[in-house]
Unconditional design. Structure first.
Length: 404
């Protein structure tokens, strides 16, 4: 897709339609499914889900005392809610929080455990299988999904709490609608310290970031558009400086893959230092400029764009508190590690983008690391002429995977 003025902008090694991102009418046309609107509803999702979950009866959930473990069961975005719960609960959470992405539940789950089954559609095999298995094994069950869904039926048969959330498509645009009930269920169990003020501040943060990333804000003042152009034509590698930031990094990798169709790597910065940082020295890193075929005609391809390179995105959580910090991982270590990686990358000619968490609570800081990247993945899709809502390969895989 060529820009409206007939010229192409170039960021990285691939042609992108930079002008489209500053043309509101073109943006609207490039987003027929309304992915930008769905993403901008994040703050409203927090408020709505908090209100809906407040109507659920969690009284029986905590009567049996503290569980042995909490299993959050689902797939895709639903499973990310388990990762989010674990990081908000922090390293001092008195019981393990485990994300389970397969059908059923782990073999050790029994009457002393809690299973939270999550599904944006209410019909995912992973959530349904987990809810059914939890009921059969006598585990306490909480189910989260759309009203009048198969998941609600399973919960009603088990006489378990069910939190209805609005049905949205695609599921990846519903992370906040699904996460808030998970957090409130965990609060009823005494596992997390989140209050109404935390939800209100998180919703306000998401609203503010949605305004900063709105379609009418031009790329030089819009952080999501600017980051999308910086990532264009690169292989993004997203590292989080803390457990909280790592959850946000993995979320960014998810949306880059699904919305923008970009291959992306993500991990904790500490893990990167034990191996993955070696990518900086590879053919997409320091060797990228000399990555040309040595047998190729030197006169051919002279006008081709530069070799594809890595682009490092650092998500930093400088405001992490003692509740969420590993005693063996002081803040100074995290900061030095982030500075070291940035220096290593830049010394190899690899550009680095940094997003730093803001806010008081863990939930608000996490939101501040998720919001801009969510919008970035959408604008990056548009810049390449892709509909960020529709992912044909996903639908085709579902069809091909169905039993005859």
């Amino acid at each position: 897709m060529m820009p409206m003025d007939g010229t192409a902008g170039v960021r990285g090694s691939r042609m992108v339609d930079e002008a489209l991102l500053n043309d509101v009418a073109a943006i609207e046309a490039a987003d027929p499914g309304g992915m930008l609107r769905a993403t901008a509803s994040a703050g409203a999702q927090v408020r709505e889900s908090a209100a809906l979950a407040a109507e659920a009866n969690f009284s029986g959930l905590g009567e049996e005392g503290r569980p042995r473990a909490v299993v959050v069961a689902g797939q895709g975005t639903a499973a990310r809610t388990g990762d989010l719960l674990a990081t908000v609960a922090g390293v001092r959470c008195p019981v393990p929080v485990i994300t389970h992405r397969s059908t059923g539940v782990p073999g050790w789950v029994g009457a002393g455990d809690v299973v939270i089954a999550v599904s944006a559609s209410g019909r995912s095999p992973e959530a349904l299988g987990a809810a059914d298995a939890a009921a059969r094994r006598g585990a306490r069950l909480v189910a989260i999904g759309p009203a009048d869904s198969q998941l609600q039926s399973v919960a009603e048969r088990a006489r378990a709490p069910f939190i209805a959330v609005p049905r949205r498509a695609p599921a990846r645009a519903s992370i906040w609608a699904l996460s808030v009930p998970v957090l409130l269920a965990a609060r009823a169990l005494g596992l997390v310290k989140v209050n109404e003020a935390d939800f209100a501040e998180t919703a306000a943060r998401l609203d503010a970031d949605a305004d900063r990333c709105r379609p009418t804000a031009e790329s030089f003042v819009n952080p999501a558009k600017s980051l999308a152009l910086d990532l264009a034509g690169s292989i993004p590698i997203v590292w989080g400086s803390s457990p909280l930031a790592t959850v946000a990094a993995r979320r960014f990798s998810d949306t880059l893959s699904s919305n923008a169709r970009y291959p992306a790597l993500s991990d904790a910065l500490g893990e990167a230092g034990r191996g993955a940082v070696g990518l900086l020295d590879g053919v997409f890193g320091a060797l990228a400029e000399t990555g040309r075929d040595i047998f190729a005609d030197p006169d051919e391809g002279a006008d081709e764009p530069a070799h594809t390179r890595l682009r490092v995105v650092l998500l930093r959580d400088g405001g992490i508190d003692d509740e969420h910090r590993d005693d063996n991982e002081p803040a100074a270590v995290e900061e030095r590690r982030a500075e070291a990686v940035a220096a290593l990358a830049e010394a190899r000619g690899i550009r680095v983008s940094t997003i730093t968490a803001e806010g008081g609570s863990a939930l608000e800081r996490l939101a501040s690391l998720v919001a801009v990247p969510d919008f970035t993945s959408i604008y990056l899709a548009m810049a390449h002429g892709l509909d960020p809502m529709a992912v044909p390969a996903v639908e085709e895989m579902k069809q091909r995977s169905q039993q005859p």
